[in-house]
Write a protein that binds this ligand. Sequence first.
Ligand code: APR
Ligand code: PHB
Length: 396
Amino acid sequence: MNTQVAIIGAGPAGLLLGALLDKAGIENIIVERQTPEYVLGRIRAGILEQVCVDLLRDAGVGSGVDMGGTVHHEIDLVFQNKRYPIAVSQLTGGKVVTAYGQTEVTQDLMTQRTQLGLTSFYSADEVDLHDIESKSPRVSFSIDGRRQEISCAFIAGCDGFHGVSRKHIPSHLLKEFERVYPFGWIGVLADVPPVSPHAIVYANSDRGFALCSMRSMTRSRYYLQCPLTDQVSEWSDERFWDELKLRLDPELSAKLITGPSIEKSIAPLRSYVAEPMRHGQLFLAGDAAHIVPPTGAKGLNLAATDVKYLSEAITEFFKLNSSHGIDQYSARCLKRIWRAERFSWWLTSLMHRFPDTGEFGQKIQEAELDYLVKSQALSTSLAENYVGLPLDFGDQ
Ligand code: APR
Ligand code: PHB
């Protein structure tokens, strides 16, 4: 098989890249290790910056988020059992974020890809990359035991943190930066009305962090900080709801509507960046190149801007015969990535209970939160990062 771009991975990064390239008239094939059902079963953060919503519209899949998304103008911070609104929209000249699940984003992109008749291989085993330093790289894989091969001009490694693509950058050229946090998040999805439908709630409590989010007016998503050693089986629904109530302010605790969980999982928190994001004809995008802790919900948004830059660069190559975009790709992405890494690390550090800093750490966090909610300067800094820094921020 021949194509212009072979995309490894059918998560949001791979699917959105495929859609944007197709829109620009560039052929692409996606190779994914899992089944579509498995990909859709992964529950991840669902807060979209305006840039991300605009990209989904550009890719021709904006109707899902336009109809099913909930626009938020505010986030709330809870500490010392009191809740403080941060008017992110007012502080950023009218910018908003939209609550819309990553599962829904992925489903919208998958449906469109099927409707357009674009080629995707799911359940692909032993995916391998070849000759990435040459002008004609290849991707090989097996479907039902039969070996297949794609020849292409570019390979996009959109295969997440545990993918195969990044391993093809020689270790002496790849620099990795990592911080692993000493706790995880247990998340629950439940078909109950969200306790705070107009604002995502981030709670700092001396019992640990809590987060109230939503998927729709009838489906909620909640998280609690928990020890990494905890097992899902140790968290009955009842224990989860009781603990959540203890970490929120009294008004929200009283309003919380509980119900049976439809999904429950524990995830570790990590900050990670791999540099550079290009080697030869291989380009990494999304979680394949970087991970942020979910505090701030930047993961999907960063993946979206990576593939925006990559689709522009590849389009420039084929349509204008210019390598400028592909040569600048890694540096251009990394600037934005490090800003989001800083923000996600900062918000994580501010909101969680750290085992090694004890009561002193808790007091310092509360003093910073008190300063933050009372200072227009600090609230504006939080707000502009939360809604997403402009694409060309500080790049002039
Ligand atoms: N071959 C083919 N596909 C692979 C391989 C492989 N060797 N390894 C992993 N994959 C697939 C995974 O099964 C997954 O479907 O690549 C896809 C990567 O998807 P994500 O992990 O969702 O990563 P990405 O698309 O970059 O998403 C970025 O979405 O998943 C979240 O936390 C993530 O919010 C971030 C954003
Ligand atoms: C979510 O809705 O799953 C969510 C929202 C905000 C976050 C993280 C996750 O910061």
